[in-house]
Design a protein. Structure first.
Length: 211
């Protein structure tokens, strides 16, 4: 049975932001004396809460980062996104094809989500159906963000599907009692939780959702 509501993650699922964002992170934290590769940053911080990312960076650095670190990181990330961010291949076709209820639920701040969707042409397909962890106060892998999105959209969890690309997102969707599509464009991650449906291309998801 087709899901009544499809909940999309944003970064790495609809927009190809993970590499860009982590390149900015590596550059900014490098100015504070921590050498980190973009590949390692992507592996360690994908899908994570910003406060936890900062805590891990400070642990590695051995010093606290200044209060200006996160605002500067967000400012420079936004600049890069405005000029270089693109939609994940197939994302626009997919959201256009979903004629039923859909929304975005992301761990990022609303301003970042809206910017990402706007510059990639995806925002008109969601309108104000955007849910941010910063507004709910709950971050993945806890299920609260997805449960809040379902309630706000008028659906029960068992009638919802989640499209995610990170382990915290997979775990959050399963904990919420929703069907989980694990978008794995770069190959299947190790130790994927049982119960997820793996898709390597969004076109595959299009076909699955079309029945």
């Amino acid at each position: 049975m087709l899901p009544a509501l499809i909940i999309f993650d944003c970064d790495g699922t609809l927009v190809d932001s993970e590499v860009l964002g982590n390149e900015v992170l590596v550059a900014v934290v490098g100015e504070h004396g921590l050498e980190l590769s973009a590949e390692e940053a992507l592996q360690v911080f994908r899908g994570g809460k910003m406060a936890e990312c900062v805590a891990e960076l400070e642990r590695r650095l051995g010093l606290p980062l200044p209060d200006s670190f996160v605002p500067e990181l967000r400012r420079r990330t936004a600049e890069v996104f405005k000029t270089s961010l693109q939609a994940v291949p197939g994302a626009l076709d997919l959201v256009r094809a979903v004629t039923g209820a859909k929304c975005v639920a992301s761990s990022g701040p609303r301003a970042k989500i809206e910017l990402s969707l706007a510059v990639t042409g995806l925002l008109p397909h969601f309108g104000d159906h955007i849910f941010s962890s910063y507004e709910v106060g709950i971050w993945k892998p806890a299920p609260g963000l997805f449960l809040h999105a379902a309630r706000a959209m008028g659906f029960v969890p068992e009638d919802c599907a989640v499209v995610e690309d990170s382990m915290p997102g997979f775990e959050a969707g399963l904990a919420a009692g929703m069907r989980v599509f694990a978008f794995q464009p770069h190959g299947r991650e190790k130790d994927l939780p049982e119960g997820v449906v793996v898709v390597e291309h969004l076109a595959q998801l299009h076909q699955l959702l079309a029945g």
